[in-house]
Design a protein around this ligand. Structure first.
Ligand SMILES: [Zn+2]
Ligand SMILES: [Zn+2]
Length: 398
């Protein structure tokens, strides 16, 4: 009897132990899933800041948190709030100094965050430019006689900074959400644009304008949080080219009319939302002689035999080509060469000058920002705004 009981307890113990071991596997599995998803949500991007501005020297000051400065992989010093360090280009290397001490020249300086909440101010000294506030951390090296300054920042924080730079301070929440979705889609879709240069995105119009962290606009934080991890894909599941522009003047443009490629979702749409917005109209004046010389340089024949009124050119709806006297050229080339705000312009000759009257601002493809702002003010939500400007797209988790 005693042996039976002993055996019973042995069996029970073994079963319980086996149960514990198998549930340990399950537990470990869930911990792993949690860690993987945590890492996926905290993805960083590498953004070259003050990109292409020829920075020779900068000052860096933490505005919150603590940072460790690592020079060529060796810890050099720690800095806290309000302490200042200066980094400068010299002889193909990066120099570093504090107010009282010089630390020498290195190939690479990393300024790594040591705290969870952290931010710092960057002030370019040579050339002297406006200071900006960033979070994340910095990696600085020398490149082509200048400093290459890379901000490594959590993607959602970068998105909030881009939405602030693109959307301004007082726009409606649903517009901010649509802009956050586009900025995130663009960032994910173009992460390899600058790979050969050692970073992922630049902070200029070439990629997306990014002037540091969003600090004060609560609606941008809410917009990013509520669309966190969401991007736009086309009907085949491919990440879309998330093109947007300032003002379409009532009609967006087919992508094939601006770039060489067409896309099923970037088709011209008409709208009445942006016609009274700040960038709906523009005007400029150019010399008739300058225009004549420009046309001759671009292969237009018989220009000198034309009279002043022959240079009148009217666009009541969007054209792709400018035509005169049997010759033609792309309006987008004229826009680029003359820095016009859009290709939707008319030309009115007045004496020896040409009066240029234009509508809209930007290439006109994809979402019209001022139209989207007006739609949001009229009560449309961000999904309705997105679907108005892009055909057959889906919003998915990346
Ligand atoms: Zn770029
Ligand atoms: Zn518009």
């Amino acid at each position: 009897m005693i042996t039976d009981k002993k055996r019973y307890y042995q069996l029970l113990f073994r079963r319980l132990f086996n149960l514990f071991v198998s549930s340990l596997h399950v537990l470990l599995f869930f911990i792993l899933i949690f860690l993987v998803s945590f890492n996926a949500n905290s993805q960083d991007v590498k953004v070259s800041i003050y990109n292409g501005m020829g920075i020779k020297s900068i000052m860096i000051t933490p505005t919150s948190g603590e940072y460790e400065i690592i020079a060529d992989n060796n810890s050099l010093l720690r800095i806290i709030k309000n302490e200042i360090i200066q980094l400068y280009y010299k002889n193909g290397k990066v120099g570093i100094k504090s107010l009282s001490k010089s630390y020498g020249l290195y190939n690479k300086i990393d300024i790594k965050k040591l705290s969870r909440i952290n931010s710092f101010r960057v002030k370019p000294v040579i050339p002297s430019l406006e200071s900006r506030n960033y979070d994340g951390w910095l990696s600085i090296s020398a490149k082509n006689n200048y400093l290459l300054i890379i901000n490594i920042v959590e993607i959602e924080s970068y998105i909030a900074g881009v939405v602030m730079a693109e959307g301004g301070p007082e726009s409606p929440l649903e517009y901010y959400k649509s802009q956050a979705l586009l900025c995130r889609t663009y960032a994910i879709g173009h992460k390899y644009r600058h790979k050969s240069e050692g970073f992922e995105l630049c902070d200029g119009v070439h990629c997306q304008v990014y002037k540091g962290m969003n600090e004060n606009i609560a609606d941008i934080e809410i917009a990013c949080e509520e669309t966190k991890g969401l991007i736009l894909v086309d009907k085949t599941g491919k990440i879309i080219t998330a093109a947007y522009h300032s003002n379409c003047a009532g009609e967006t443009v087919n992508s094939e009319d601006v770039w060489s490629s067409s896309a099923s979702y970037l088709k011209s749409v008409k709208e009445n939302y942006c016609k009274k917005s700040p960038h709906a109209k523009w005007e400029t004046t150019i010399e008739l002689d300058d225009w004549k010389n420009y046309l001759k340089k671009n292969g237009f024949a018989g220009i000198d035999s034309l009279i002043e009124n022959d240079f009148e050119f009217m666009q009541r709806e969007r054209h792709i080509y400018y035509t005169l006297n049997g010759d033609s050229m792309l309006l987008k080339k004229i826009r680029g060469d003359w820095n016009f705000k859009s290709t939707l312009f008319s030309i009115i000759p007045v004496g020896d000058e040409l009066f240029i009257r234009g509508l809209g601002y930007g290439h006109g493809v994809g979402l019209c920002q001022e139209g989207a702002m007006e739609m949001a003010k009229q009560g449309f939500n961000y999904k309705q705004i997105i679907r108005h400007y892009y055909k057959d797209v889906n919003i998915v988790k990346y």
